[in-house]
Write a protein that binds this ligand. Structure first.
Ligand code: FBP
Length: 549
């Protein structure tokens, strides 16, 4: 395989580990924990994995340990650093005992069920250290939730002598990891299940998890691109760029990119919901900024749009809730099957309440269609397929025409559209993600050696130098509550949305008027791997603002 010069140089990078993980460890246990919501129900559903303590690893005595076979699964959307989680895990299990083995299940959780796997040897691992992507074993979105899947899984785990499974995934995948941990514990199958917090969306975080891996690199990659666009835009001074940014639900990515690049407009879905804004309100907000800049002679600008915006507009949120119910077969709890998309849409229209139908019919046809069509395996609307950037720019153009007629706008409005998502999910991990991921993987091996199950690997204090990072584990049940999914109440990890009283949003809100009117762009440039620490090792602005509290 031909490699780029950067790939060759980067392969030699040795990710940093927290001091506590650099030698033998002992698990220091905290007090018993509770779930974030619906405690009684979660306790009842997870009798074997509920209430466990948070763990911190501290230096301990070296002891002889038997070899252990471990399996690993990459689940859901790609996120930079996945290969480093696996290489950290590999180094960790080999450090427990060089005869330990690591097996990777192919193309996500489906690989466990279908018995598709490969042994990850040192030669293979070395090819992937510090690289982006999930291609070492591939990823997939198969939802692990049924007993027959768990039973198929245990067959292959037994065949390979695997005693622990590490699931690298987002909130949905870690919810499944917890269900699997509970099932295997209840059945006394002797297989531990450990999760790792992955997702570029940044919405798997809480008191215990500072950030999900991949968020840092993805945001820096998008911010580089946004900065480049802003320089182009400030050079030609003739376009408004509408830029949609990935992040299925929460607006963390859009907010972080705004903090890094200071665009003219950045929408934050959580604020749109809190202010109960309609689509028209959002359009007017943007159009007023376009008009104000035009009055200053600036017929150009940038608008950042979080991918999940549509779902947060209260009327559309209510509509989606009913669509989710209607699209689920109450007898099986499974999605209803339709012969064609048109049949599906007709069924939906015939079965939803009048007010929701009115909202659906008020939407542009392409958006309405996407809302009515299939969900992903976890029941989410596939928002990445909705072209919100085009929808908004069309509507803003219409509003500006009205304003022109009313004498409230004089200017030119030419647009360009972008969607940044896939461009950043497999970028080579930043130093932060390279170190953080390697530590998460290595730490997972320590949770395994400590005999834990139903835990997520955690690394904290990550705005400090890596040596001072804190390593440990948090019981997954601690993050759970009951939510309505696919027409049923289910235990799930609570998603972290942007907090409007949190430091990152407050900083943004305090500066956005200035950024809207002035051209205050920041051009972050590409991620740097070698060079001064203030250039190469900065965590996200979100994390810096959150940790400064
Ligand atoms: P995960 O939550 O699995 O990490 O995936 C997140 C994400 O990258 C979202 O930002 C995006 O909406 C979605 O995946 C796209 O999914 P797909 O890769 O299936 O197109």
């Amino acid at each position: 395989m031909t490699k780029s010069a950067l790939q060759i140089a980067r392969a030699a990078y040795q990710p940093k580990l927290p001091k506590a993980l650099q030698g033998p460890v002992v698990a220091k246990e905290g007090a018993a924990t509770q779930s974030v919501g619906d405690q009684a129900k979660i306790k009842e559903l997870f009798p074997n994995t509920y209430g466990l303590p948070v763990i911190e690893f501290v230096s301990g005595e070296a002891k002889q340990q038997d070899p252990i076979n471990v399996g690993v699964i990459l689940s859901g959307g790609q996120a930079p650093g996945g290969h480093n989680v696996i290489s950290g895990l590999f180094d960790g299990v080999k450090n427990i005992n060089p005869a330990s083995k690591l097996y990777g299940f192919i193309l996500g959780p489906g690989g466990l069920v279908d018995h598709k796997y490969m042994e990850l040897t040192a030669d293979i691992i070395d090819e992937y250290r510090n690289t982006g992507g999930f291609d070492i074993i591939g990823s997939g979105r198969t939802k692990l939730e049924k007993v027959d899947q768990f039973e198929k899984g245990i067959e292959i785990l037994r065949e390979l002598g695997i005693k622990a499974l590490v699931i690298i995934g987002g909130d949905d995948s870690n919810t499944n990891a917890c269900v699997l941990a509970e099932y295997y514990a209840a059945k006394q199958y002797g297989v531990q299940v450990i999760g790792c917090p992955k997702t570029i969306d940044g919405d798997l975080k809480n008191e215990q998890i500072e950030t999900s891996f991949g968020f840092d690199t993805a945001c820096k990659t998008y911010s580089e691109l946004i900065g480049n666009i802003q320089r182009d835009c400030n050079s030609a001074r003739k376009y408004w760029h509408f830029i949609k940014l990935m992040g299925r639900s929460a607006s963390h990515i859009a907010l972080e990119c705004a903090l890094q690049t200071q665009p003219n407009v950045c929408l934050v879905s959580e604020e749109v919901e809190q202010k109960e804004m309609s689509l028209d309100d959002v359009v007017r907000y943007i159009a007023d900024i376009v008009a104000a800049r035009a009055a200053d002679g600036n017929n150009f600008g940038t608008v950042l749009i979080p991918e999940g915006l549509i779902e947060f507009i209260p009327a559309i949120k209510k509509l989606i809730r009913e669509l989710n119910e209607v699209l689920t077969d109450p007898a099986t709890g499974e999605p209803r099957e339709f012969a064609s998309a048109d049949e599906q849409i007709a069924f939906v229209k015939g079965n939803i309440a009048k007010d929701n139908l009115a909202v659906l019919e008020s939407l542009p046809e392409d958006v309405a269609r996407q809302l009515c069509l299939d969900r992903d395996p976890h029941g989410n609307v596939q928002v990445s397929l909705i072209e919100t950037e085009k929808l908004l720019s069309r509507m803003v153009a219409k509003r500006l025409a009205e304003m022109k007629a009313e004498g409230k706008y004089v200017g030119k409005f030419s647009t360009q559209h972008h969607f940044f998502g896939y461009e950043g999910r497999c970028a080579a991990p930043s130093n932060y993600d390279a170190d953080y991921c390697y530590s998460l993987g290595f730490n997972a091996s320590r949770l395994i050696a400590a005999g834990k199950t139903g835990y997520m690997s955690i690394i904290k204090n990550t705005t400090a130098p890596a040596a001072e990072w804190i390593a440990g584990g948090v019981p997954i049940t601690m993050m759970m509550n009951i939510e309505r999914r696919n027409g049923a109440d289910k235990p799930v990890i609570r998603k972290a949305l942007v907090e409007l009283d949190g430091a990152p949003f407050k900083f943004f809100a305090a500066h956005r008027e200035e950024w809207a009117r002035q051209t205050a762009y920041v051009y972050p440039g590409p991620i740097q791997y070698f060079g001064p620490t203030e250039v190469c090792d900065q965590p996200t602005k979100t994390l810096q603002l959150e940790q400064a509290k």
